[in-house]
Design a binder for this molecule. Structure first.
Ligand SMILES: Nc1ncnc2c1ncn2[C@@H]1O[C@H](COP(=O)(O)OP(=O)(O)OP(=O)(O)O)[C@@H](O)[C@H]1O
Ligand SMILES: [Mg+2]
Length: 555
């Protein structure tokens, strides 16, 4: 695959022009070995030799074929890749060629999916052969060395991370999934686990922690604190309230897109303003998902559920009747039901757009409506079209569409809402050092932090509240900071402030979304420092990148 230098989309290796935006694709750079943080799944059939004794060769072949196909389908469905088969074991990797911030969670979902898929395969096997398969699975996150060429067969080198994944698998009982420590930290908000006896691993002096997966449900791998007060966003809050007043007074629809890096506080700010407006407005919330089947209109699910008071355990009939009671109009309800998976009816897109607009207008009759659409950078094109449709056609209805998006949205859609008077972008800038220090103080409560520790976190976080939060919790989790008699003190474990795995995953995913050539420029620059002389970077990049170095650095 070649990433387009302009829009970032992936193109097949032999394309010379980008199939998405038409920009010329640069000649591929030579491949190289890179270190990457990936999540590995190791899964092995249990007692498979006994199987061979009970089934004849053909039946055994068929059974295994069924099994491996079912496992592979789950792995690919969640964006993973089968690395290799070793006998009856499957080794899969999440994060190659491109890292995603939620690779660990994807791997967990895949592992849980594999377990359910095996149960389904077993139903058939019991019916046909009177026997069932059992497997066990290990999931581990760590650094591996891999070839950087997305077109090449990207075999990863065996190393510590792989060994630990295999060891977790061996330790797991039949049909259980064991997670390693880093994986657990990356997903702990979305899973239920049970700590098990730490494992001895060959070549490691210390035992390693292991967790048995009980269930995986949540959408977010790690929790983001919502309890501490919002700091340093008074101007933005004021502007959002003003936008709301305008919507209310003019009975018009407006879109404000909050834009900023991951963790800059977009969702938190949106939530804050919604809380402030709660008495004066109706609120509907939806979010876009990074991957999955049928995600295009997923944000509508949240809105429809909220508006109609639908609960997850409602039957489809009950949900549809609630929806009809809310929208009143049967045509609107039918189309919405199709879009949110409450019926199998399929309608043309323009009818669905019409229905969504009518639905939102209906919700804005008694009081102005605020519609939160979180993570718009993951929206499918059809959903973006829907928002523009609402902006262009809705009349005499006070609706504030409040979206949050990372900058990637504008790399993909530079013109997003650019020419519409009713649409504005609001950029969220890094917090000042003072504000970041205040965030730390609030997170810790009344207790104080040694001033040099405070200064280090503030400096390393560069105004990003999520980084502040994650670094602080890493220090506390790792026992580097401890509360003693109302004061935070450093312990012996206090050393270098490392990048927390959660932030590492965000940064790796962001870097991986760059074109290879941009990345070739970023890497030497980052080694030089936050400020770098251009000739120094020029001297360090490959010749093909040097010719267009100005463009790469500009981007
Ligand atoms: N102004 C602020 N003051 C204090 N804490 C904040 C502030 N902004 C954000 N936070 C906290 O920082 C964390 C990250 O914020 P948030 O989840 O809103 O980021 P985001 O920009 O939506 O990131 P993403 O792009 O990943 O969705 C949250 O725990 C949030 O509570
Ligand atoms: Mg967010």
């Amino acid at each position: 695959m070649i990433n387009c230098p302009k829009c970032g989309e992936e193109n097949p290796p032999k394309f010379r022009l980008c199939g998405y935006c038409g920009a010329p694709l640069a000649a591929p750079l030579p491949s190289r070995e890179v270190r990457k943080t990936v999540t590995l799944i190791f899964s092995d059939l249990k007692d498979s030799t006994a199987l061979g004794e009970r089934l004849d060769a053909e039946a055994l072949h068929e059974v295994k074929d069924r099994y491996f196909n079912a496992m592979a389908a789950e792995i690919t469905r969640h964006g993973g890749k089968i690395e290799k088969y070793i006998g009856d074991a499957i080794m899969a990797v999440f994060g190659l060629p491109r890292a995603h911030e939620d690779d660990a969670l994807r791997a967990i979902r895949a592992a849980a999916g594999m377990r359910s898929a095996l149960a389904r395969v077993n139903q058939d096997l019991i019916a046909h052969y009177g026997m069932a398969l059992a497997h066990r699975t290990g999931v581990n996150t760590g650094e591996v060395v891999a070839n950087d060429d997305p077109g090449a067969d990207q075999k990863i080198a065996t190393g510590d991370a792989v060994n630990v994944a295999a060891r977790l698998e061996q330790a797991a009982p039949a049909d259980e999934i064991y997670l390693g420590e880093t994986t657990y930290r990356l997903v702990r908000n979305a899973v239920e686990v049970e700590a098990v006896e730490p494992l001895q691993v060959k070549g490691k002096s210390e035992k390693i922690a292991a967790y048995r997966l009980v269930s995986a449900r949540g959408l977010d791998g790690y929790a983001r604190r919502q309890d501490a007060p919002v700091i340093g966003r008074d101007a933005e809050l004021g502007a959002l309230r003003a936008a709301f007043r305008e919507v209310d007074e003019q009975r018009a629809v407006r879109l404000v897109t909050l834009v900023g890096d991951a963790g800059m506080g977009k969702s938190r700010l949106a939530r804050e303003v919604i809380e402030q407006l709660a008495g004066a407005a109706g609120v509907l919330r939806g979010r876009c998902l990074p991957y999955g089947d049928g995600i295009t209109f997923w944000p509508l699910v949240g809105m429809v559920w909220e508006a109609a008071g639908i609960r997850d355990d409602d039957s489809p009939e009950l949900a549809r009747s609630k929806l009809l009671a809310t929208t009143i109009d049967a045509d609107v309800a039918a189309r919405l039901a199709g879009a949110v998976g409450l019926s199998t009816a399929v309608y043309p897109l323009h009818e669905l757009f019409w229905a969504v607009r009518r639905f939102l207008e209906g919700q804005a009759v008694d009081a102005p409506l605020v519609v939160l659409i979180d993570d718009l950078h993951w929206a499918e094109p059809a959903f973006l079209d829907l928002i523009e449709h609402i902006l262009d056609t809705s009349q005499d209805a006070p609706i504030l569409l409040l979206a949050t998006a990372r900058d990637e949205l504008f790399e993909r859609q530079p013109q997003w809402c650019e020419s519409r008077a009713a649409a504005t972008r609001m950029a969220l800038h890094p917090l000042s050092d003072d504000a970041a220090a205040q965030v730390i103080a609030n997170l810790l409560g009344a207790a104080d932090l040694p001033s040099d520790v405070m200064a280090r976190i503030v400096r390393a976080a560069e105004g990003n509240p999520l980084y502040v939060e994650q670094m602080l919790s890493m220090l506390i989790d790792g026992n580097a900071l401890r509360l003693e008699a109302g004061h935070w003190v450093r312990t012996e474990a206090y050393g270098e402030i490392m990048v927390p795995p959660t932030i590492q995953a965000l940064l790796e995913a962001r870097l991986d979304s760059l074109s290879r050539a941009d990345r070739e420029a970023v890497e030497p620059a980052s080694v030089i420092g936050l400020e770098f002389p251009r000739p120094a970077v020029e001297a360090l990049v490959p010749a093909t990148v040097r010719t267009a170095i100005g463009e790469h650095l500009g981007r």
